[in-house]
Design a protein around this ligand. Structure first.
Ligand SMILES: [Zn+2]
Length: 259
């Protein structure tokens, strides 16, 4: 196989649309402590179960013009947006990791970060019901990638990266408990794991990018008076965006040493 990249990109993109549809269920039900497997999705207004033809990612929402087929209640644009965003993120991860055994791990991470971000924005929580199972999935997925790619050094670095990121955020949490919840600390274990697989500069810049996004957007919203004194933003989406930036683009290459 000379170049798998275009094929893997398209397959991952389509998979992302389908997974995005499932993430909508996760985003709605996990904060409400409901099962994500049963029962099947219903219209929240009229309780009519959603038929298969009305459950096609993005397409169904557009065909129904954002309204329930039975009661015509408005269906939030968040549903097609989550599906579209997951499709695009999966395609980007597919393009970047088409030739890597770690591809499945990064797809799981991407799906988890979309669900976590959407829930954190709405409810200001990062649910353990997502972080723990994803952690238990990522460690064996990276171990499998290490086995297949003969790179146990990367796996060891991933585990150390997870502990380092968790430790740094724990210290920040303990110094200023108001600013950062313990959910963010646990989330950074996952981010450190995925960034650590790539390298130590990736761990550093992945977390740094998250803090930069958070402070730039926070200061901007305060200047615009959207965010009032004493209010704060959920931090999970910024940490997720920072990590994804480095997972997709890599860490900046630094040449400090004089030649
Ligand atoms: Zn309805």
């Amino acid at each position: 196989m000379e170049n798998l990249t275009p094929f893997v990109t398209v397959v991952c993109g389509v998979l992302g649309l389908v997974i995005g549809s499932f993430l909508n269920v996760v985003i709605w039900r996990v904060p409400r402590k409901e099962s994500v497997v049963a029962p099947r999705s219903k219209c929240p207004t009229c309780d009519t179960p959603i038929s298969n033809r009305d459950n096609i990612p993005v397409v169904s929402w557009l065909a129904l013009r954002g309204k329930c087929r039975t009661c015509a209640a408005t269906i939030s644009a968040r549903y097609p947006l989550v599906e579209f965003a997951t499709g695009m993120l999966f395609a980007a991860i597919g393009a970047r990791y088409a030739h890597s055994w770690a591809l499945p791990a990064y797809l799981v991470l991407g799906a988890a970060l979309i669900a976590i971000s959407a829930i954190d924005v709405e409810h200001y929580i990062i649910p353990n019901r997502i972080v723990y199972p994803v952690g238990f999935a990522l460690v064996p997925l990276f171990a499998l990638a290490a086995l297949l790619g003969h790179d146990w050094h990367a796996f060891e670095r991933a585990l150390l990266g997870a502990l380092a990121a968790f430790g740094v955020l724990l210290v920040i949490h303990l110094i200023s408990p108001g600013g950062m919840g313990f959910g963010d600390v646990r989330l950074c274990f996952l981010l450190g794991l995925a960034l650590g697989w790539l390298g130590w500069p990736e761990v550093y810049f992945g977390l740094l990018a998250g803090f930069m996004y958070g402070s730039v957007i926070g200061v901007t919203l305060m200047a615009l008076r959207v965010l009032k004194r004493g209010e704060h933003l959920p931090f999970g989406p910024f940490l997720a965006a920072g990590a994804i930036t480095i997972v997709l683009l890599g860490a900046p290459v630094l040449h400090f040493a004089p030649r």
